[in-house]
Design a protein around this ligand. Structure first.
Ligand code: DGT
Ligand code: CA
Ligand code: CA
Length: 562
């Protein structure tokens, strides 16, 4: 995390405030763009001149330097001075735009969530000029979504935080690991749990509570502490145990609770007792040092954390039918990458080299198709130029295959954004819904899948973890049809998507579907999101053979090759 994220957060809040005040669009988007660049910039911002980062202009660079020097940005303090605290937060509510919020604030005195809920309850919103019943209903729905999602943090954020928290503790601990939902790679995280083992218990706890990311120490004892961090107020619980109990404690604090309860039952059936200290026969401890150890004592094989949800994994382990889950080392490429031909930040050569450094054997460049105008979609001419450029870059760069793909829009009328003669020239085709989210979506996707050049369906439900509900569609019907037609379902690994999710993956696997994990990267930094997609795939019980991008490029079973 660090400074880049802190400054990006402030820039985003400035953008929110300006938007709320009705400032010019270009000013608002300059801040949003700078925030995005800062988040995607992986280096240490204080060691370079900020204007060296692409997309950061002079004005933004000055504000970054101001923050690095003084720890504050005057512009921010200015723009929020006359805005009540808690008001801008409401912009995170789905279906709540800055204009609407401004209206609610001015006409109904809405200053915070409580006020908003009250005026919605009293039916005052519909009566405002330009609002009406329908918009009021949408805001109500948005509030529900917002409240449900607010208390949980996306996996991507939690992973960054946990790395930062663990780093100062790793030397002094003999063992240290994330536990809880984070270790199980759940898509959202309530709080972060960390388990450590070592002799210097008190020192570990002290170091943990003394870091600069601590906003508040909630509780502190000899062997455990809870803090609230400066990152979205995310809570982190640390426990330190003795090394002999490491496995039993890790198992216990990884959960899920349902998994633990079932394990306890199994122990009982065998005349044993299991808790966070170990496995006991009477008062004698017979296991506990490693998780492997504990599972073995209960007569079952090691169960990977991602499966520990009591969804049949314990029964499968007892029968010896646990899946052999797909692993990082199985991933041979990324088939959903945007270049600066459409809305990606980096050119084809740069992303290719970055993918090669990750050890990939191939990448699929997938830019947007022509109707996605705001995303810089390519018309047929531009596509031709892009394909020629791929050929010439391929001449220069050896050791990685660049596949020519496209992310082609499924249009409102159900047809695709290019003719078959264009699709045929590509190595593979991803299709996606980017318009008409509420109109005949199921039928349109099925229509698209009947086209033999369509290989992959991108982000199948369209939901966003940050609160967008997704398309109005019958996902089961779509997944079943994809399985039947041999179209791969994407597990879009982008931090805000994770779409399709673990639950749908399991269902789709039941229908016989095939899958692909794609990052939808719009910059080289986002190639790292593969980890999130992989965790999701594993939570969906996927094996190597289920996932297209585990094959060598010559062998990828694209539908058009079968
Ligand atoms: P979260 O934080 O809501 O994303 O989900 P978890 O699974 O991380 O839940 P959390 O933080 O409340 O607890 C961490 C783990 O500790 C949990 O997965 C299992 C274990 N645990 C907590 N409370 C209990 C309990 O009452 N019984 C059992 N068996 N295990 C528990
Ligand atoms: Ca937790
Ligand atoms: Ca916890």
């Amino acid at each position: 995390m660090g400074k880049n994220t802190e400054i990006a957060d402030i820039f985003e809040r400035i953008a929110d405030a300006l938007e709320f005040k009705g400032e010019m669009v270009f000013k608002v988007s300059a801040y949003r763009k700078a925030a995005r660049m800062l988040r995607e910039y992986s280096g240490d911002i204080s060691s370079i001149h900020p204007s060296e980062i692409e997309g950061i202009g002079k004005g933004m660079a000055e504000k970054i330097e101001e923050y690095l020097k003084t720890g504050r940005i005057k512009k921010y303090e200015e723009v929020i001075a006359d805005i009540p605290e808690g008001l801008l937060e409401l912009l995170n509510i789905p279906n709540m735009g800055p204009k609407t919020l401004h209206l609610l604030h001015k006409e109904l005195g809405v200053n915070n969530l409580k006020d908003l809920e009250r005026v919605l309850e009293e039916g005052k919103v519909a009566a405002l000029p330009g609002m009406g019943e329908k918009k009021e209903e949408n805001i109500k729905k948005g509030v529900l979504l917002y409240k449900a999602g607010r208390s949980r943090i996306p996996l991507a954020t939690a992973l960054k935080v946990v790395r930062e928290v663990i780093s100062p503790l790793s030397d002094i601990s003999e063992e240290i690991s994330p536990a809880g939902s984070l270790r199980r790679m759940k898509e959202t995280i309530g709080d972060i749990d960390i388990l450590a083992a070592g002799e210097k218990t008190q020192e570990i706890v002290d170091i943990f509570t003394r870091q600069s990311y601590v906003r508040e120490v909630i509780a502190k004892g000899d062997t455990k502490a809870s803090i609230r961090t400066i990152y979205n107020n995310l809570q982190v619980d640390l426990r330190v145990v003795e090394k002999d109990c490491w496995g039993a404690a890790l198992l216990y604090f990884t959960g899920s609770k349902a998994h633990n309860i079932k394990l306890r039952g199994i122990a009982k059936d065998r005349g044993l007792k299991i808790n966070e200290y170990g496995v006991f026969r009477g008062t004698k401890r017979i296991a506990g040092k490693t998780e492997d150890d504990v599972y073995r004592t209960l007569g079952i094989k090691f169960i990977p954390p991602e499966l520990r949800e009591d969804k049949g994994e314990i029964e499968a382990a007892m029968k010896g039918t646990l899946p052999v889950l797909v692993e990082q080392k199985d991933i041979k490429g990324d088939l959903h990458i945007h270049s600066n031909y459409s809305d990606g930040m980096d050119d084809i050569e740069t992303v290719t080299l970055a993918a090669k450094r990750r050890g990939y054997e191939y990448i699929g460049i997938c830019d947007h198709s022509k109707t996605s105008k705001i995303a810089g979609g390519l018309d047929e001419e531009a596509l031709k130029r892009r394909n020629e450029e791929i050929d010439s870059i391929q001449e220069k760069i050896k050791g990685i295959k660049i596949l020519k793909g496209m992310e082609v829009d499924i249009l409102s009328n159900g047809s695709l954004d290019y003719s078959d003669s264009i699709l045929e020239q590509l190595d593979f085709v991803i299709v996606a819904v980017h318009q008409g989210f509420f109109k005949n979506v199921t039928e349109r996707i099925k229509e698209a899948m009947r086209n033999p050049f369509v290989d992959i369906l991108a982000h199948p439900t369209g939901r966003l973890l940050s609160g967008r509900e997704g398309y109005k569609m019958n996902i089961e019907e779509v997944m079943e049809y994809a399985a039947k037609m041999g179209v791969a379902l994407e597990i879009n690994a982008s931090y805000d998507r994770l779409d399709i999710n673990d639950v749908n993956i399991m269902k789709a696997k039941g229908y016989g579907a095939i899958f692909v994990i794609g990052t939808d990267a719009h910059s080289t930094g986002m190639l790292e999101d593969m980890e999130l997609g992989l965790g999701t795939a594993r939570r969906g019980w996927l094996e190597k053979k289920d996932v297209l991008n585990t094959y060598r490029w010559q062998d990828i079973p694209f539908r058009r090759r079968r």
